[in-house]
Design a binder for this molecule. Structure first.
Ligand code: PLP
Length: 377
């Protein structure tokens, strides 16, 4: 058996250990310390937004954003159906109701036409949504101009889930700076990783102060432990932040490599009838966190995404179907959904290809020949 090729494995720079050693030297094995403040400052500088709060995960960052916006029991929150469950779960943590909206063909992200339709229908039924979560799936920026216009017109704030989109840009503005509150994930499979972690970002410094309070056990300003609200233990540790500092140093290189992976696959497979890729539209610059292939079996002599996935699995190459839409998940079946079949079709026909920044040329050749072998059979 040939060596395993993973979908999106961690890729260390070698600089991480220096920062971890710093934490040990200072004996700050704690959720405070110079790595934590350093990582926040350095990410803030990269993004051009100084208000950054490092947390234990992207999920806890989304949850904290919900709390900052005061989402509570009985509220409705709009979210894309085509996403990862971690993007929706925090709505339920707050006992609010997710209102699911389908994707458009050009970005695979929230379809602005269906978004407006959903908002108008919810208002007609008596409740205006309290917030909307907007995701840039696989690193591809959502249609932020239209979505921002709708957000402003209806006065519904945006929680931007840029978990997969660090380094992506919408009209030259970095993803992670486009929401009223924005989040990034440093989970093990993301473009840079701290093993686990997340960031909450906002241009509004009061939002970040409030988030810091909630994420550090909601301690009132008193010499003793005094509490008037429920808090959470959501802060990133100083050790983990050290890994983040070493990773951030190579972010630009990682974006370049992931983009080159996408170009490689498109060049080698893009001309095959029935095989398509999600490409950038004008104004969208993707970090191409993952490269995804859509297989139309009507044009490939019946070869499906599943045929290809199983053949690659047998060749010890990890791939994954695209996200299964939330409105098709048993746990979210009760949520109102404004869908038109787009995400369901992407789930049926789409495959995430190995996209790590540490893929070798030989590995990429192995992947492409394994795919060609199935299609040309
Ligand atoms: C990874 C991811 C999250 C969750 O981030 P964690 O750091 O794993 O908690 C949320 N939303 C999307 C779209 C993601 O891909």
């Amino acid at each position: 058996m040939q060596e395993k090729i993973w979908l999106s494995p961690p890729h260390m720079s070698g600089n991480e250990q220096k920062y971890i050693q710093l934490a040990f030297n200072e004996n700050y094995i704690a959720p405070v310390g110079s790595n934590l403040t350093g990582f926040e400052k350095e990410l803030g500088k990269y993004l051009g937004v100084p208000n950054v709060l490092m947390l234990t995960s992207g999920t806890s960052a989304i949850h904290t954003a919900m709390m900052v916006l005061g989402i509570k029991d009985g509220d409705e929150v709009i979210a894309p159906t085509f996403t990862f469950a971690a993007c929706i779960n925090p709505i339920i943590y707050q006992r609010a109701m997710p209102i699911l909206v389908d994707s458009d063909q050009e970005s695979w992200n929230m379809n602005p036409v269906l978004l407006e339709k959903a908002i108008l229908d919810r208002i007609k039924r008596g409740k205006k949504p309290k917030a909307m979560v907007v995701v840039h799936l696989y690193g591809m920026p959502a249609k932020m101009n239209t979505i921002r216009e709708i957000s402003n017109r209806f006065e519904i704030p945006i929680i931007e889930d840029a978990a997969e989109a660090l380094g992506s840009r919408h009209q030259n503005q970095l993803c992670g700076t486009l929401g009223d509150l924005s989040i990034i994930s440093f989970n093990g499979n993301k473009i840079i990783t701290t093993s686990g972690g997340g960031a909450l970002i906002s241009r509004n410094s009061q939002y970040i102060s409030r988030a810091r309070f909630l994420a550090t056990q909601a301690k009132d300003d008193a010499p003793h432990y005094q509490h008037s609200e429920i808090g959470y233990n959501y802060r990133m540790s100083n050790i983990v932040a050290g890994i983040g500092r070493g990773q951030l140093e190579v972010l630009n290189e990682r974006v370049k490599t992931r983009r080159a992976n996408h170009d490689f696959y498109v060049n080698r497979l893009g001309n095959i009838p029935g095989i398509t890729f999600l490409n950038e539209r004008e104004g969208a610059y993707s970090n191409y966190w993952l490269t995804n292939m859509v297989v139309n079996p009507l044009l490939t002599d019946g070869v499906t995404r599943e045929t290809i996935r199983l053949a690659l699995d047998a060749a010890n190459i990890e791939t994954r179907p695209l996200w299964k839409p939330m409105h098709l998940q048993p746990v979210f079946a009760h949520c109102p959904a404004y869908v038109d079949g787009t995400s369901e079709q992407l789930f049926n026909d789409g495959l995430c290809l190995p996209s790590g920044s540490n893929l070798t040329e030989a590995q990429k050749e192995r992947i492409v020949s394994a795919i060609l072998k199935v299609i040309k059979k």
